[in-house]
Structures are given as structure tokens and as C-alpha cells.
Unconditional design. Structure first.
Lengths: 310, 358
């Protein structure tokens, strides 16, 4: 029975389920560095998933699906930025509003555009291309796990590296981090903190658009109501777990993706689906708890040592 | 005489009114884009919400869960802790009520009802206690944990009513019916309007009294506005946050109890059409004012019941109201910023005029 759960498919599924978390996580950590906790990622992913299907269906091209998802991501990124940066609204309220707006709008449009309730699937939706890496198919185990995934799996890995370089090796990355931590200092060197915040907010919209398109066009080609299934919040947990560092957030997203995949595998051996579906959500809380507890114990230890020296 | 509204309240009410009007106008444009007449759409919506005794009863029946979840959100927000987990607390509270209603069937009616309410409140409150403790002791963001726990609770009750507590007849994703004498009386035939509105009013008034008139309510407010200042003033902010969260969870649990005892007479999977999220929006729109919650709950309930008639008589999907609601909240959240921009604009005009005069 264990063999049915812990096998190569588990790792293969992990790669797949982690991808939207990686993409949204990268977007969210950019806004986090710029000093904004983006609760609205959930809605951004959902809109990306919906408009990915719209673009793919009406233009018969998965590329156009991604384009549409990204355009909508940019629009929501600008709206989020406008309210949080310009109007100085509560970022929590704006995030919640975006999530509810996305939930309502996608259900509404699902009915008014496609005339269906609940879910829309059609052979007319073109899925994103699968990538087969030439030499990898010679190596048995690695081939099963890493090869023939949807294109965004590989894009997300490249983006992890690019985001890392962007944040820590380019002036723009430094400015974005400064916009979050020392906006006044940034202004004195002539860089507008507002602009940096807008860039991060729009980038987050784009990344969440990718995540959404991967969800609806990556493997199964369909849109279902609330298909983002709180992945935006799990991505947020990955960012917190990864301390807003792209590499660590990537690792955290893989871990959360693993639990998601584990749930899928456990269903195969006959555990009620309610429990298997619960795993990623429950584990998110457990992992946040472990991280926080470890963090506190370290702090206490440091305090004790300092006390001993004195 | 004390003035009823100060200037700030007046400004807020004007912004609220404008936000609603603009959101409804945007909703009208969406109806037009959908190929329907906005006038017909809104006429159908109003008729569906207030047009007959039956529709009025349904509208007011729906305010019960909305006021409870709205107050629940308001209490947590006031104390500076965001309870987004109302939906999960509601589900568990509803299940607890159904459990009481199918297990302890020989109690006198009122006792059984009271027991169900207490069970729902306790279960909801305890479930809210988990994220509260994680927030206060370990500084874990409560927004993420409450959202995660929502899904966990909904899936858990889904399991319970499909396996151990599945109805004895038919596979319907629900429990058996609760004991007949525990069911709340319907006030208008065929509608879901029932006596829970009286119990809810009693609970809401008690909460209002606590929040507005007692030192406990003052403490909550202090903690929410400035927890370090509250600490300085001798208020234990952490304790207040935990208490607020438990009350909030308890209210959501009770909202679930009334859905079981008053509306469905059993626990059903998907028992709540996201009542707790509506409550959240309501509390955010009225800035956690308890009286505001009541009025906004009626407005939201009217939109929801009206939208069903709108969908049946025109071709406009009822989900349009979700879009309208989220636009209202967006404008309200931007209220201060918009006001600032507007005032800036007026100032500039004034200055320009002055320069022109000189």
C-alpha cells in the first residue's frame, strides 16, 4: 500500500502542484519586499485561470490564453497598487475585496459568456504545450519525475533564479527592497518609492496570471468555480516560511506542493477524499506553527546566552 | 442635546451612499453588456426583495445569519484581529446543532434548542480559539490560518455527514432531521423566516450593549486601535484579542445553529452560501459599527433574495450582486484616499482662483 502512495508519481505530481504556488509565491514576495502583504493573490490567480480559458477558447491558442491572463493580472495589479499606494487604503481590505470581486466576476462571466454553472470544459480550450527535454528521456527515474511537464513548470524554475538575481543583484531589486524598508532614504537618492511599489504590485499580478493559466490550461483544460482553492493563501504561507527569499520560498512551495500531491496519492488507496483534500491546508497551519515555534526558541536561546554573558 | 451625527459620521454616510450608487450604476452597465435592460433588472430585483409578504419574509430571514456573522467580524476587527474563519466556525456550529438535534431527542423543546445553541457557540468559539492562540502566542498571521481552517472544517463536516452521520434514508450529503420540537416555527408560510430572528435580536442587542456601553467593549476598542497604548493603560491586549476571537467564533457558530434549526432542519454539506464572507464584507463596509451591521445586512439580504427573482425574470445571472458588493467595499476602502484627492482638488481650484483674482 505504501508503494502505491510513495512512488515516482508522487514526486511527479509534486512538481505539477507546486508550480502555481511557486509562481504566486514569487509575485507575492516581490510585493512583500516592497512593504505590501498581498492578500489579493487568491483572486488574481482565479482571474488568471478564468481569462486563460477565455483567451485559449476564443483565439484557439494557449498563448493567447496566457496573454489574456497576464493582461488581467496587470490590470488588477494596477488597481491594487492604486488603492494601496495612492489612496493608502488598508491592504487587507483591498485584498479581500479583490478576492470577492474575482469570485463573483468569474462565476458571473462563466454564466454570461459560456452559459454554464459550476465548471466549463470544452475540447476547444487549447492546453499549454508540454516540454520534452531531449537527453532526459534516456535517464529512467529523472525522466518520469522531471520530463514532459507543462511549460510553466520550467518557466517557474527559471523565474526563481531570475527573481533572485533581480532582487539581490540589480539596482531595481535593491530599490524595491528599499521601497519597503526605507522609502524616505530611497526618495533622497532620487528614486520614487511609489514607482517601485507599483512595479512589484504589477509583477505580482503577472506572476499570479501565470499561476492561474497553469491551473486552467496546464494539465486539465477547464475552469471551475473557485478553482484557485486558497492557493493564494498557501503561497502566502510559503513566502512567510521562506522569509521572502526566492530560493527558500521555492523550497517551501515544493513542500506545500508535496502535501497537495500526497493527498492526491492517498485518494488512490481509498482514504476518504475529504481527508486527503484536507492535507495541504492542515499542513500549512502545522508548518507555520513549527516555523514560529522554532523561531521563538532560537530567540529565547539568544536571550539566555546574552543573559549568561552579562 | 447630544448631536446624533458628527461631521466625520456625516462624511462617511455620504461616501457610503455614493459608493453604493456608483456600484449600482456599474452593475447597470454590466447588465447592459449582458444584453439586458438595467431598469428591468433592478425593478425585478426590488420586487424580488420587497414585492410581497413572501419575498419580504425571505429577505428578513436571510438577515439572521448575516447580522450574526457581520457582528462576529465586527467584534474581531475592533479588537485588531482578523477573523476570516467565520465560514468554518459556522459549519462546525451547524453540525454541533444537528448532532444535538439527532442525539438528545427526548428533551423538552426549549431545552433542546438552548442546548443546540450553546453547543454551536462553544464549538464555533473553540475553533476560533486555535488561530487566536497561534496569533497571540506565536505571532502567526491569523488571516492565513483562519482561511486554511475554513477549508479543514468544511471538509471535515462533509466527511461526517457522508459517512458516520449520513442520513439513514437516501444519499443526500446531510444528517437526519433534527427532533421535531427543536425546529423553530416559521413566521410566514413557505418562507424561511422563523423565530430565530427574535433570538438573534436578543443576542445582537447583548453584543451591542457589551461593545458600546461597557468597559469590556471599551477595552476591545482600545486594543484594536492601539495595542501598545492599551497595554500601557493596564489592558491585557493578548487576552482581549483571544476573548474577541472566541466571541466572534461563537456568533458564527450560532449562525450555523439557526440555519439548522430554523431553515433546513438538518445539517447539509454546503449549508452556507458563504454567509461568513458576506458578514465580513458587511463589517468592513460599515467599519465595524454594530448598528451599521444591521442595516447593511438588510441591504445585502435584499440584494441576494432580489437577485434570484432578477435571474428568473430577466437573463441576468444572480452572481451580479457579488460584483456589486465587492465594488462597494473597494470604494469604501478607498474612501479616505478619495476624500483626500477630492479635497486637494478643491484646494487647488481655490488657490488658482485666488491667484487669478490677484
Amino acid at each position: 500500500m505504501l508503494g502505491q502512495v510513495f512512488n515516482l508519481s508522487l514526486l511527479q505530481n509534486t512538481i505539477r502542484t507546486a508550480t502555481p504556488l511557486i509562481l504566486a509565491g514569487l509575485g507575492g514576495l516581490l510585493t512583500m519586499h516592497a512593504g505590501m502583504l498581498n492578500i489579493g493573490m487568491e483572486g488574481m490567480i482565479l482571474l488568471g485561470a478564468f481569462f486563460g480559458v477565455v483567451g485559449s477558447y476564443f483565439f484557439a491558442s494557449s498563448f493567447m490564453g496566457v496573454v489574456l491572463a497576464v493582461v488581467v493580472g496587470i490590470i488588477i495589479g494596477v488597481i491594487y497598487g492604486f488603492f494601496v499606494i495612492e489612496l493608502k487604503s488598508d491592504e487587507f481590505i483591498i485584498g479581500i475585496a479583490i478576492n470577492i470581486f474575482a469570485g463573483g466576476l468569474t462565476i458571473f462571466l462563466l454564466r454570461s459568456i459560456f452559459g454554464v454553472k459550476g465548471a466549463f470544459s470544452s475540447p476547444g480550450i487549447v492546453s499549454l504545450p508540454r516540454i520534452s527535454i531531449p537527453l532526459l528521456d534516456q535517464i529512467p527515474v529523472l525522466n518520469t519525475i522531471f520530463n514532459n511537464h507543462s511549460v510553466f513548470v520550467y518557466i517557474s524554475w527559471v523565474l526563481v533564479v531570475l527573481t533572485y538575481i533581480f532582487l539581490y543583484k540589480t539596482p531595481y531589486g535593491m530599490w524595491i527592497r528599499a521601497a519597503g524598508e526605507y522609502p524616505e532614504a530611497l526618495e533622497t537618492v532620487g528614486v520614487r518609492a511609489k514607482r517601485m511599489k507599483y512595479i512589484s504590485s504589477i509583477a505580482c499580478g503577472v506572476f499570479c496570471g501565470f499561476a492561474g493559466a497553469h491551473l486552467s490550461l496546464g494539465y486539465l483544460t477547464l475552469f471551475t468555480e473557485n478553482m484557485s482553492a486558497n492557493r493564494g493563501f498557501i503561497a502566502l504561507a510559503a513566502i512567510i516560511f521562506g522569509a521572502s527569499n526566492p530560493i527558500k520560498t521555492f523550497a517551501a512551495a515544493l513542500l506545500f506542493g508535496f502535501f497537495d500531491a500526497l493527498g492526491i496519492r492517498l485518494q488512490v488507496v481509498g482514504i476518504p477524499s475529504q481527508f486527503t483534500q484536507m492535507i495541504p491546508y492542515l499542513m500549512t497551519v502545522v508548518i507555520l506553527f513549527i516555523v514560529a515555534k522554532k523561531h521563538m526558541m532560537q530567540k529565547k536561546k539568544v536571550q539566555k546566552e546574552e543573559g549568561a554573558i552579562q | 442635546m447630544k448631536k446624533v451625527f458628527n461631521k466625520k459620521d456625516m462624511e462617511y454616510l455620504i461616501s457610503l451612499f455614493l459608493s453604493i450608487v456608483v456600484a449600482l450604476i456599474i452593475g447597470g452597465f454590466i447588465m447592459m453588456a449582458n444584453g439586458s435592460s438595467p431598469f428591468e433588472g433592478y425593478r425585478a430585483l426590488i420586487r424580488g426583495a420587497f414585492g410581497s409578504q413572501y419575498s419580504l419574509a425571505n429577505t428578513f430571514g436571510r438577515t439572521v445569519p448575516l447580522i450574526l456573522t457581520g457582528l462576529a467580524a465586527a467584534i474581531s476587527f475592533r479588537s485588531g484581529i482578523y477573523n476570516i474563519g467565520g465560514e468554518g466556525q459556522l459549519y462546525l456550529g451547524a453540525f454541533a446543532a444537528a448532532y444535538v438535534g439527532i442525539t438528545f431527542t427526548s428533551l423538552p423543546g426549549p431545552v433542546g434548542i438552548l442546548l443546540a445553541i450553546i453547543a454551536g457557540a462553544v464549538v464555533g468559539g473553540m475553533y476560533a480559539f486555535i488561530p487566536a492562540l497561534l496569533k497571540v502566542r506565536y505571532k502567526i498571521d491569523e488571516v492565513i490560518t483562519t482561511i486554511m481552517l475554513n477549508t479543514v472544517a468544511i471538509l471535515l463536516t462533509d466527511y461526517l455527514v457522508n459517512y458516520p452521520f449520513a442520513a439513514s434514508q437516501g444519499k443526500m450529503g446531510g444528517t437526519d432531521m433534527v427532533e421535531g420540537s427543536y425546529r423553530l416555527t416559521r413566521l410566514v408560510p413557505l418562507s424561511t423566516f422563523n423565530t430565530s430572528i427574535f433570538m438573534m435580536s436578543f443576542i445582537a442587542l447583548t453584543i451591542y450593549y457589551i461593545m458600546q456601553k461597557t468597559s469590556a467593549g471599551y477595552k476591545f476598542k482600545m486594543v484594536g486601535q492601539n495595542s501598545s497604548f492599551a497595554n500601557y493603560g493596564g489592558i491585557d491586549a493578548k487576552k482581549q484579542m483571544i476573548i474577541a476571537m472566541i466571541i466572534s467564533g461563537g456568533l458564527c457558530g450560532i449562525a450555523g445553529v439557526f440555519e439548522v434549526l430554523g431553515t433546513h432542519y438538518r445539517f447539509l454539506q454546503n449549508i452556507s452560501p458563504e454567509y461568513a464572507f458576506d458578514g465580513l464584507l458587511i463589517a468592513l463596509i460599515v467599519k465595524s459599527n454594530p448598528i451599521g451591521v444591521v442595516f447593511m445586512a438588510i441591504f445585502f439580504a435584499a440584494l441576494k433574495t432580489g437577485s434570484i427573482t432578477m435571474e428568473n425574470t430577466t437573463s441576468i445571472p444572480s452572481e451580479l450582486v457579488l460584483v456589486i458588493q465587492s465594488i462597494i467595499i473597494l470604494f469604501i476602502a478607498g474612501e479616505a484616499g478619495f476624500k483626500g484627492m477630492f479635497k486637494n482638488f478643491l484646494m487647488k481650484r481655490k488657490l488658482q482662483q485666488k491667484v487669478g483674482e490677484e
